[in-house]
Design a protein around this ligand. Structure first.
Ligand SMILES: [Zn+2]
Ligand SMILES: [Zn+2]
Length: 142
C-alpha cells in the first residue's frame, strides 16, 4: 500500500498531494535558495511530472522566475516556498521538502552548488556527494 504524501504552506491556504513516490532529493546551497528561504541551503525533492496536485488554494500561488533559472512557486499569503517548475508550465517537478507533512519517503542524497555555500554555516560532514555546481542531470533546487 502506497502512503499518501501531502503538504502545504505555513498559513494553510495552499494544500497539495503527491501521488507518485519522489524520484530523488538533494540539498541546494545556491545563492538563490539562500535568498528565497533565508537559510544556508534548501532541501528539495524531484517529483514525477504531473504527480503534484494542488488540492486547495491554487489562486494563492505566485511565481518568481530568475534569469536562467526555474520558476519558484510560493504562497502569496505567507511566502512559504513550495515548488519549482519550468517557467510558466504549471507542472511542478520540484517540491520543497519542508512543505511536506511528515516523512516524504525519501532523503536528500547530494549537495549541489556548494561553491556558493553560505560562509556562516559549515556544510555538514554527512558523507553525501558534493557538487560545486549543479548535480549532473539534476536541478532540484535551482
Ligand atoms: Zn500560505
Ligand atoms: Zn538552489
Amino acid at each position: 500500500m502506497r502512503r499518501q504524501i501531502t503538504g502545504g504552506c505555513g498559513c494553510g491556504a495552499v494544500r497539495f498531494e503527491v501521488v507518485e513516490p519522489f524520484l530523488s532529493a538533494g540539498y541546494c546551497h545556491c545563492t538563490r535558495c539562500q535568498r528565497r528561504t533565508g537559510t544556508a541551503s534548501s532541501a528539495n525533492a524531484r517529483a514525477v511530472p504531473g504527480s503534484v496536485l494542488v488540492v486547495q488554494g491554487e489562486d494563492e500561488l505566485r511565481g518568481w522566475t530568475p534569469e536562467g533559472g526555474r520558476e519558484k512557486i510560493f504562497c502569496a499569503r505567507c511566502g512559504s516556498a513550495l515548488f519549482s517548475c519550468e517557467p510558466g508550465s504549471g507542472i511542478y517537478t520540484g517540491v520543497r521538502l519542508g512543505a511536506i507533512d511528515g516523512d516524504p519517503g525519501i532523503r536528500p542524497r547530494s549537495r549541489a552548488f556548494v561553491a556558493y555555500a553560505a560562509p556562516w554555516e559549515a556544510i555538514p560532514d554527512d558523507g553525501l556527494p558534493r557538487f560545486d555546481e549543479a548535480r549532473p542531470g539534476y536541478d532540484e533546487g535551482r
